[in-house]
Design a protein around this ligand. Structure first.
Ligand code: GSH
Length: 218
């Protein structure tokens, strides 16, 4: 059976894997599974019901970081984990930082409150969004800026899964009108622009923008 990716296209974790699949030119099918409306069969692939998940032959895997590492090891291609054990460990740390620390505020607060809550018929908690933007996100963006250290990517001139993971979170904020301040975080802003210009990501964005517009107009 061909590799199949499950998930919805506005999830930053699904986007992360889609970018990787494109960067590493890995052939796959994509089955749309919406969070919160997962069919029963999906829990056999992703026991917690979360997206993304993959099935590759008999192997069923959930969690974007676990999936990303599996794809790297199973399919080869240009490495997204640097060249040394130390680079790979640093990349995994930054990926984890994006997936858990940045995601908590960028996606699960700013994006969820501005986009998902109104879709469910709820009001945006503007106070939670304001606190995320003014208190929680700046120290995280400052840290990532220090880690970039004026370089094009976290590993210098070599793109890695860390750049993909951080960018994926920033895109969810951009989808609801919150572009990071380029005067305050110029390196991160440039990273976002540099990543957005890559075909692995630019090819995904039109469909995401269309879906945002369609669902937003309902
Ligand atoms: N750490 C996980 C996070 C995945 C995650 O939280 N996905 C969200 C959508 S963005 C989800 O599936 N939510 C539905 C749920 O928790 O039931 C990963 O990297 O894959």
């Amino acid at each position: 059976m061909a590799l199949t990716l499950y998930g919805a296209i506005l999830s930053p974790f699904v986007r992360k894997i889609r970018i990787q699949l494109a960067e590493q030119a890995i052939a796959h099918d994509h089955v749309i599974v919406a969070p919160m409306r997962q069919p029963d069969w999906y829990f056999d692939i992703s026991p917690l019901g979360r997206i993304p998940a993959i099935q590759d032959g008999d192997l069923k895997l959930a969690d974007s970081a676990v999936i990303a590492q599996y794809l790297e090891e199973a399919y080869g291609g240009p490495s997204l984990y640097g060249e040394t054990a130390a680079e790979a460990a640093r990349v995994r740390w930054l990926e984890k930082y994006a997936d858990y620390e940045l995601a908590a505020h960028a996606t699960f607060t700013v994006f969820a409150e501005r986009f998902l809550e109104p879709l469910k018929g709820n009001r945006t908690n503007e106070q939670a969004v304001a606190t995320a933007l003014s208190d929680h996100l700046p120290p995280l963006l400052d840290y990532l800026t220090r880690e970039l250290n004026g370089k094009a990517f976290f590993l210098g001139d070599r793109m890695s899964i860390a750049d993909i993971a951080v960018t994926s979170q920033l895109i969810n904020m951009a989808h609801v009108g919150e572009l990071i301040d380029e005067d305050r975080w110029p390196c991160l802003s440039s990273l976002l622009a540099r990543m957005t210009a890559r075909s692995s990501l630019s090819s995904l964005l039109p469909a995401e923008h269309q879906l945002i517009a369609k669902l937003g107009n309902r």
